[in-house]
Design a protein around this ligand. Structure first.
Ligand SMILES: Cc1ncc(COP(=O)(O)O)c(C=O)c1O
Ligand SMILES: [Zn+2]
Length: 403
């Protein structure tokens, strides 16, 4: 049993009516009556890995038609090479790039689009820095729903744009940034009856909380000391916290991790508010970073994220584009894990916080890497070594391998 509730005034809302915020402007969240859930750890072991393994904790009707691409069940790698290199004893990488469309968004979309069918909508939509649109386009195709995506025409990684086109969404470039696109799709969703699947949608976030469930289960029901997460619109970090708390409150784990939220320097309004001890986030008018997925100046879920990091007694930090690129390279070349720049922000943040003593070398750390390297191949061509071209002779090849 679950309710839809405002996080600000506590008011309960009907689940049958489409709404994204409360009359008081507060964000909505799904609140479970955990006493009504009856499931044991060993029940999960009988099921396939993935989001729906944790069905009892997901807010859908028993007879719901579930739209799934077998998302979730992503690897948690023990990163021994990287750990040694940066001086940390127990480091794990949760590789969300291994999801069907290449990012963690799929976890949210399987629940969000399933909910869209429960609500009998005909069309879904989102604004996106890329991954949300790639994921929604795929799930809308599977559900046979129309899909509208608004993207900042200025900056969008090529792989993500290609995915939205491939899956048949109506793709519209907005002359402006993500924040402008989100404002427009929010207005459009009300006017044209389009079900909004940005992370303001509380049902979608329920799918994303399974990242926490998996981390707990993959670590044999122990939680790490800290979980490091890249932050943009603030949905994912809030969802991960909700997941850990539900497993803690249900009795599946005995402690809670501290959350570490990382933003890019040029788009770090939440880090600023956090460090100043403020509840209100002052938006940044022109956010800029190479990590286009988290190039967001006015994050809508900031109240949830600030509450989550503070409740967990965690920290927030920002990292420069140079630190992001260097972390991306290090992860790729020590562990064989290719991630997009926004995802490398978590590793960059970990390195920065290790170096300034905020994270200790004996802590057990999980870094969540959120999207696959192939999402943004252009960035690699622009910032990395260029391949060389030669005539097909041994002599020419020798010049390269024995300079
Ligand atoms: C690869 C990647 N990492 C991190 C994020 C940030 O997630 P959130 O917006 O939920 O904070 C996004 C969001 O688009 C993303 O695409
Ligand atoms: Zn309210």
């Amino acid at each position: 049993m679950f309710k839809l509730r405002c996080i600000k005034c506590g008011r309960e809302h009907s689940q049958k009516k489409i709404r994204y915020t409360c009359e008081c402007n507060g964000l909505l969240e799904v609140a479970f009556d955990l006493d009504s859930i009856k499931v044991k750890k060993r029940d999960f072991q009988k099921r396939s890995p993935g989001v729906w393994r944790y069905r009892e904790f997901l807010p859908v009707a028993e007879d719901s038609r579930i739209i799934s691409l077998q998302e979730g069940g992503t690897p948690l790698y023990k990163a021994e090479n990287l750990g040694k290199k940066i001086g940390i004893r127990e480091l794990y990488i949760k590789n969300e790039g291994a999801n069907p469309s290449g990012s963690f968004k799929d976890r949210g979309m399987t629940v969000g689009v399933t909910k869209a069918l429960e609500l009998e909508v005909k069309a879904v939509g989102c604004a996106s820095t890329g991954n949300t649109s790639a994921s929604l386009a795929a799930y809308a195709a599977k559900a046979n729903l129309k899909c509208l995506v608004l993207l900042p025409a200025e900056k969008i990684a090529l792989g993500k744009l290609a995915q939205a086109i491939l899956h048949g969404a109506t793709v519209v470039g907005i002359r402006g940034n993500f924040d402008a696109a989100l404002k427009l799709i929010t207005e459009a969703s009300l006017k044209f009856n389009i079900y909004l699947l940005n992370s303001i949608n509380p049902w979608r976030l329920e799918g994303q909380k399974t990242e926490a469930f998996e981390i707990a289960e993959q670590l044999s029901w122990e939680v790490p000391d800290k979980v490091v997460i890249p932050v943009g619109n603030c949905g994912n970090i809030s969802a991960i916290w909700k997941g850990f708390k539900e497993f803690y409150d249900y009795g599946f784990v005995n402690s809670l991790p501290k959350l570490v939220g990382i933003q890019a320097e040029g788009a770090a309004p939440v880090v600023r508010a956090f460090k100043k001890g403020l509840d209100e986030v002052s938006p940044i008018a022109n956010p800029d970073t190479i990590a286009t997925a988290i190039r967001i100046g006015a994050p809508v879920n900031a109240p949830k994220a600030l509450r989550a990091v503070r409740e967990s007694k965690g920290i927030m930090e920002d990292v420069s584009d140079e630190e992001i690129i260097s972390a991306q390279k290090l992860l790729a070349r020590t562990e064989g894990i290719g991630v997009e720049p926004a995802s490398a922000a978590s590793v960059a943040g970990l390195i920065k916080l290790l170096n300034n003593g905020s994270i200790g070398k004996d802590e057990r750390i999980v870094c969540v890497v959120t999207g696959h390297a192939l999402k943004d191949p252009e960035m690699i061509f622009n910032k990395y070594e260029k391949p060389v071209e030669i005539e097909p002779t041994l002599a020419e090849l020798e010049k390269i391998i024995k300079p």
